[in-house]
Design a protein around this ligand. Sequence first.
Ligand SMILES: [Zn+2]
Length: 281
Amino acid sequence: MLIRTCLILLTLSSGLFSQTPDWTEPFPPHKVAGNVYYVGSRGLSSYLITTPQGHILINSSLEQSVPLIQASVEKLGFRFSDVKILLISHAHWDHCAGSAKIKQITHAKYMVMDADAKEIEAGGKGDFQYDSPENYYPPTKVDRILHDGDTVKLGGTTLVAHLTPGHSKGCTTWTLKVDEGGKNLDVVIVGSPNVNTGYKLVNNTKYPQIATDFERTFRVLKALPCDIFLGAHGVYYGLEEKFPRIKPGAPNPFIDPEGYKSYVAERERAFRAELKKQSGQ
Ligand SMILES: [Zn+2]
């Protein structure tokens, strides 16, 4: 765990994306709650939302993640070809590089937030921070451009796209309601509230409104009702600690409204500290 944490820190401090081993390490696929399933790797989260009319997949991850995601979907007893809609957390290659391949295999409709769509179709070119060849990914056609508050509906399930910008311009936090043991629960899949190393919050000519966008993100995240706390990486919500607590008869470990609140509060403090530092205060 310590080694993994160090690797993540190293990755973040490089200022560029570089892969950490847990991104491609398989992780047991599992039911989260209701019709939401985890089909990602140890380090990169992908979610399958199943419906009687086909499925929604959130995050295609890396190109080499696609066989792993497919195997996870099939292990749970679902068909990969039944994925009808593909969504992402944000336009960074660790969440979207596999999209072209998944579209090719499943013919899923790719739906992306407006402010991320241009980068997705350009394969990462034009990103305010990561516009260099080592961060590019296969350009992928977007079939539906989403706007803040838009809904994505399939087979009786409705997801809401919340624009939570800053980490990327179109970073998206997904919410839905699930029925778990007769209870109606609010699920939040956090897009990313992180100020990566190298991000310029002040005088950023490529993204002048970055700081106010992060402010907006924290406002949005704090206002969302949350029972089930999930995110684009398992480390956001403590996947590795929670997963072993899945036991018949035990409380669902992913129900964690307090964990969500303290995560958002901690990330906001980190943002404010960085903003203060960069403002020279
Ligand atoms: Zn990212």
